[in-house]
Design a protein around this ligand. Structure first.
Ligand SMILES: Cc1ncc(COP(=O)(O)O)c(C=O)c1O
Length: 379
């Protein structure tokens, strides 16, 4: 088996893998939800579905998101403003199909989620990267890029970013939105990690601004339930949703995955997802702390990093220049792996960075992985 997303040679600890552990995928909860769904004499979910997704699922999801996003009581998330997707990857592809043309410019963060770069490349988009600091995108730098490149899209991962772990501050969210409005740029917010916060609480998601014509907010069940569900959602104002619903694929095939969505609808109606997300937060917080402790113990003199307040990743910077090829060879010999910084750069930079994930392995393996990484870095 070999896909970009998944293959670890036996015996190797791959600290780069950005997946949930198999043991954390809630098979019993999904079995319970599926039994609930099949007990109903309702075949709608087996038919072609409405373009935005079934109204029952959208209502259940809207209620869940209103609670999880702490939406103001006067402005809850509305089912009408939601569209189901096959996950953020498919949503990005659909957005590119409907709202861009080859040659258009997309601005991304440096660093950014490397597989989004693949999707933008599939659509012939020109990628320009915008710098970040510890508070996320830097508005002044972004403003200059908007003037220079007239982009069609801004792609941002505002909360617990992949790979940097950085969260865009509340003040900057407002500034970034204002800039996108002023320059007529579509702000695509990938909020895949927003609900996985372990310390404090993040600023409100762009999803709560999704009635603004400038914003499309993306969410996913991949990291809060199971990637194999291939289910996510998109929030946008009515005109954008109408354009997406008129997409050829939806026009022909109807809304995305009505059957899978109906099982998740039962999960939501049985009120099982909130507790599961709380369990994931506790589990990942402990794993993050274990990875942080191991890095301080074994690699404190070699790497520096900020402790992320949520998400999946620690983004480490080597204190001395790295030779990527030599390190890869040494890591293979030590049976450990990581994701090298340049993958997350749209311009071949970030050579001294490593992305390490604390979601996939339990504490003992994280510690052993760091020991091996220390051996590789020392050799
Ligand atoms: C930032 C980001 N966006 C999107 C995805 C993929 O999301 P989905 O499984 O919903 O397609 C990932 C998965 O690692 C991610 O880290």
């Amino acid at each position: 088996m070999s896909t970009t997303q998944y293959w670890v040679p036996p015996g190797v600890i791959d600290l780069g893998l950005g997946h949930p552990s198999l043991s954390l995928l809630p098979q019993p909860l999904l079995a319970q939800a599926a039994r609930h769904r099949f007990a109903q004499d309702d075949r709608d979910a087996l038919q072609y579905g409405p373009e935005q997704g079934g109204p029952g699922m959208r209502a259940a999801l809207a209620a869940f998101l209103s609670a999880q996003y702490a939406a103001p009581a006067a402005a809850p998330v509305q089912g009408d403003g939601l569209m189901l997707t096959n996950g953020i990857s498919q949503a990005l592809d659909m957005i590119c199909t409907v709202f861009t043309r080859p040659g258009d410019v997309v601005i991304v963060e440096e660093p950014t989620y490397f597989l989004a770069l693949r999707i933008f490349a599939d659509h012939g988009l020109r990628v320009i990267s915008a710098p970040m600091d510890n508070d996320g995108l830097i508005p002044e730098a972004l403003a200059a890029l908007l003037v220079a490149h007239h982009p069609r899209l801004l792609y941002t991962i505002p909360t617990h970013q992949n790979p940097s772990g950085v969260t865009l501050s509340a003040q900057r969210r407002a500034q970034v939105l204002e800039l996108c409005r002023a320059h007529d740029v579509l702000l695509v917010a990938d909020e895949v990690y927003h609900l996985l916060t372990y310390t404090g609480s993040p600023p409100p998601p762009f999803a709560l601004w999704a009635d603004d014509p400038t914003v499309i907010a993306l969410g996913s069940f991949s990291k809060i339930l199971a990637p194999g569900m291939r289910l996510g959602w998109l929030q946008a104002p009515p005109a954008r949703l109408a354009a997406l619903a008129a997409w050829g694929v939806t026009a022909s095939g109807g809304g995305m995955s009505p059957f899978t969505a109906s099982v998740v609808q039962s999960l939501l109606e049985l009120d099982l997802l909130g507790d599961h997300v709380a369990f994931l937060r506790r589990t990942y917080r402990a794993r993050r702390d274990a990875l942080v402790a191991a890095l301080h113990t074994h690699l404190g003199d070699r790497l520096r990093f900020a402790v992320p307040t949520g998400g999946y990743f620690i983004w480490a910077t080597s204190r001395t220049p790295l030779d990527g090829e030599r390190l890869a060879t040494a890591a293979a010999a030590a049976q450990v792996d990581f994701r090298a910084g340049p993958r997350f750069s749209s311009r071949g930079g970030l050579r001294d960075n490593l992305r390490l994930c604390f979601a996939y392995y339990a504490e003992a393996d994280l510690e052993e992985g760091v020991r091996r990484l220390a051996r590789a870095l020392q050799s």
